[in-house]
Design a protein around this ligand. Structure first.
Ligand SMILES: Cc1ncc(COP(=O)(O)OP(=O)(O)O)c(N)n1
Ligand SMILES: Cc1nc(C(=O)O)sc1CCOP(=O)(O)O
Ligand SMILES: [Mg+2]
Length: 203
C-alpha cells in the first residue's frame, strides 16, 4: 500500500531538537546525526523514538539502519552509498519503511530497484548545509520526477525556505524537507509553527 507522508518533513541533527520541536506538532522528523559514536547515536535514536511515540510523530533515522533496527524504529533514510552497503532484506524483515535519496536518473533507477516507500530529490535549490556535486535541480525536475515515480511519495529537499514551499508543492512534491530554514532561524519554534501552518494549507 502506498504510504501517505506528512507534507512537512523536518530534519534535525540531534535528539534535543526532536524534544524541542516535535511537541509543537511536527509529524515527520528525520534524525540526521553525523560524526558521533555509535553509542551516542543509539542513545539519541532511543530518546527521539520515545518523544515521537509520545507525540504521534513518525521518526526517520538517517544512515544508521542497524542502530535503527536495534532501537525498534520503523523508518530509515538511505542515500545511494548507504543503500549500496545496506542489507535491504534485513531492513524489510525488521518491518522498516525506507526512503532513498536521488540526484539523477541513474540514482532514480537504483532507488526504484529497492522498492522505496518514498523517493527524495535534491538539491532543489542551492543549500548551505553540505557540499554536493549536483547543480540545483529546479522546479521542472520535481514535476518530471513525480511523473516518473507515480504513486510513490516524492520528498523535495535542498535550500527550501518558507517562501518556496508553495512552488515546490505545486510542482509535484508530496513533502518538503528542511534543515537550515528552521534550525538556523532566530526563532526556530515560531518558524516551525509557520512551516506547519503553510504545509497544512498547501499539502
Ligand atoms: C529526505 C532526505 N533526502 C535526502 C537526504 C540525503 O541523504 P544522503 O544522500 O545519504 O546524504 P546525508 O543526509 O546522509 O548526508 C536525506 N538525508 N534526507
Ligand atoms: C541533507 C541534504 N541532502 C540533500 C540532497 O540533495 O540529497 S540536500 C540536503 C540539505 C538540506 O538542508 P537545507 O534545508 O538546509 O538546504
Ligand atoms: Mg546518508
Amino acid at each position: 500500500m502506498t504510504l501517505v507522508l506528512d507534507p512537512f518533513y523536518l530534519i534535525v541533527d540531534n535528539a534535543a531538537w526532536v524534544r524541542r520541536l516535535v511537541p509543537l506538532g511536527v509529524k515527520l522528523v528525520q534524525l540526521r546525526i553525523k560524526n558521533e559514536s555509535d553509542a551516542a547515536i543509539a542513545r539519541q535514536i532511543r530518546e527521539a523514538r520515545i518523544c515521537c511515540e509520545q507525540h504521534g510523530a513518525q521518526l526517520v533515522v538517517n544512515d544508521y539502519w542497524k542502530l535503527a533496527i536495534a532501537e525498534g524504529c520503523t523508518f530509515v533514510h538511505l542515500g545511494q552509498e548507504d543503500l549500496a552497503g545496506a542489507d535491504l532484506a534485513a531492513i524489510r524483515k525488521a518491518g522498516m519503511l525506507l526512503g532513498v535519496s536521488t540526484h539523477d536518473h541513474s540514482e532514480l533507477d537504483q532507488a526504484l530497484s529497492a522498492a522505496p516507500d518514498y523517493v527524495a530529490l535534491g538539491p532543489i535549490f542551492p543549500t548551505v548545509l553540505k557540499q554536493m556535486p549536483w547543480a540545483p535541480q529546479g522546479l521542472s525536475r520535481i514535476t518530471e520526477w513525480k511523473q516518473l515515480i507515480g504513486e510513490i511519495p516524492l520528498v523535495a529537499i535542498g535550500g527550501l525556505t518558507i517562501d518556496r514551499i508553495p512552488v515546490v508543492l505545486d510542482a509535484g512534491a508530496d513533502s518538503v524537507a528542511v534543515v537550515t530554514d528552521i534550525l538556523r532561524h532566530p526563532d526556530p519554534e515560531q518558524q516551525t509553527h509557520r512551516w506547519i501552518a503553510l504545509t497544512r494549507i498547501m499539502g
